[in-house]
Design a protein around this ligand. Structure first.
Ligand SMILES: NC(=O)c1ccc[n+]([C@@H]2O[C@H](COP(=O)([O-])OP(=O)(O)OC[C@H]3O[C@@H](n4cnc5c(N)ncnc54)[C@H](O)[C@@H]3O)[C@@H](O)[C@H]2O)c1
Ligand SMILES: [Zn+2]
Ligand SMILES: [Zn+2]
Length: 370
């Protein structure tokens, strides 16, 4: 099959013929319909995530939807032709985390070797060269993706591939940050720092939660225009660094109930902390460069603020993916407006250059498109 291989950070991905050994008994092989250019891939591409956790060469890609091509012998409930959204968080279904309802934090596969499938193997090859995988094994910047059965979630076959792919990462993460991680209540005030794919989904989550104010902050006016279209009540371009003061002004000097960092920059995380009212909650969704730390004032006891991490919108994919599909089908989740541009596999480096410049709400790659 054809796949985009990243040999080294800060070099273009190469489109190569590679082999993929799978599916094994507990796996599913999926033909990728659409896959998003997410900033988490970009962190590896631009070298800001480096070290042993992100081995190269690798096939990246972790936001995807597709059609089941083949199921392993032990897989139940899926068959060839099913439309699926892929999850990048494999879950064993038996460990303590899975059992208490936090399968996204599953630790049932033991300490996994980075860049491998859940069974610890690497099964993509370019000739004799073994390639690492990404996104819990999915490596969706390829015509085919082989995933653990827990990572292929069957959805309504009428759901368009592009919107389905977005649910696989940005939308699940952003909407889930609001509904699952923070549990924003109706009438609450919300600020979102950074309105890329994830932040625009936080905006949409806040609308679904009936927040009374949804204040979007970015550095690019085109992103803020998307935020407004998707339901932000106020937008702030933070090029002059005054966002926290402006958020206070918009909330009677108090600060918002919830602020979300959707870029993963320690200064932005700190701004979220500063932008919430006493007793408010700052949710850190964006992922910072390797080794970064966030500093917060030691006055936190008197402020009684909460700082919360959010991984993958605290998803339970089997529950949440079909629910987000329904929200889209019923016109309450605007996914078509988020797909600014689609690219062929051969154009993947262009998709990421556009992400770096902030051109698109979301760019999507169609690896099987001609
Ligand atoms: N927690 C998770 O499970 C999870 C899942 C997916 C992505 N992420 C992370 O979320 C972050 C965002 O991903 P994305 O795909 O939405 O990115 P994106 O590239 O689509 O958007 C990033 C946005 O941030 C804006 N921005 C950059 N610096 C800013 C600043 N200082 N202040 C305000 N806005 C700023 C850009 O203009 C852009 O609009 C990344 O760090 C990514 O790794 C986390
Ligand atoms: Zn992602
Ligand atoms: Zn588990």
């Amino acid at each position: 099959m054809r796949a985009a291989v990243l040999y080294q950070a800060n070099t273009p991905m190469q489109i190569e013929e590679v082999t993929l050994d799978g599916p094994r008994a507990d796996e599913v092989l999926v033909r990728v319909g659409a896959t998003g250019a997410c900033h988490s891939d970009y962190h590896v591409i631009d070298g800001s995530w480096n070290g042993p956790r992100y081995p190269l060469p690798a096939i990246l890609g972790h936001e995807a939807a597709g059609t089941v091509e083949k199921v392993g012998a032990d897989v139940r409930g899926l068959e060839k032709g099913d439309r699926v959204i892929l999850s990048f968080a494999p879950s064993c279904g038996r460990c303590r985390m899975c059992t208490i309802g936090q399968p996204h934090l599953c630790n049932g596969f033991g300490s996994r070797t980075p860049g491998t499938f859940v069974d610890g193997t690497r099964r993509h090859r370019k000739g004799d060269l073994e390639l690492a995988c990404f996104g819990g094994g999915m490596s969706s910047f390829a015509e085919l993706s082989c995933v653990h059965h827990s990572c292929a979630i069957k959805i309504n076959p009428e759901m368009p591939m592009t919107g389905a792919a977005l649910i696989g990462c940005a939308v699940m993460t952003g909407v889930g940050a609001v509904l699952n991680t923070a549990r924003v209540e109706p009438g609450a005030t919300v600020a979102v720092f950074a309105t890329g794919g994830v932040g625009l989904s936080v905006v949409q989550g806040a609308v679904l939660a009936n927040a009374s104010k949804v204040i979007a902050v970015d550095l690019l006016d085109n992103k803020l225009a998307h935020a407004r279209n998707l339901g932000a009540t106020h937008t702030i371009n933070n090029r002059d660094g005054e966002a926290v003061a402006e958020i206070r002004e918009l909330t009677d000097g108090q600060g918002v109930d919830y602020a979300f960092d959707a870029i993963g920059n320690p200064r932005v995380s700190r701004a979220c902390y500063d932008a919430v009212r006493r007793g408010g909650t700052a949710v850190i969704v964006g992922m910072a460069p390797t080794g970064a730390e966030i500093s917060i004032p030691a006055t936190i006891p008197g402020e009684e603020k909460t700082v919360k991490g959010c991984f993958y919108g605290s998803t339970r994919p089997v529950v949440d993916f079909p629910r987000l599909v329904d929200f889209y089908m019923n016109g309450r989740l605007k996914l078509d407006q988020m797909v600014t541009k689609t690219y062929k596999l051969a154009e993947i480096n262009e998709a990421f250059a556009a992400l770096g410049r902030g051109d698109n709400a979301r760019g999507l790659i169609e690896p099987n498109g001609s």
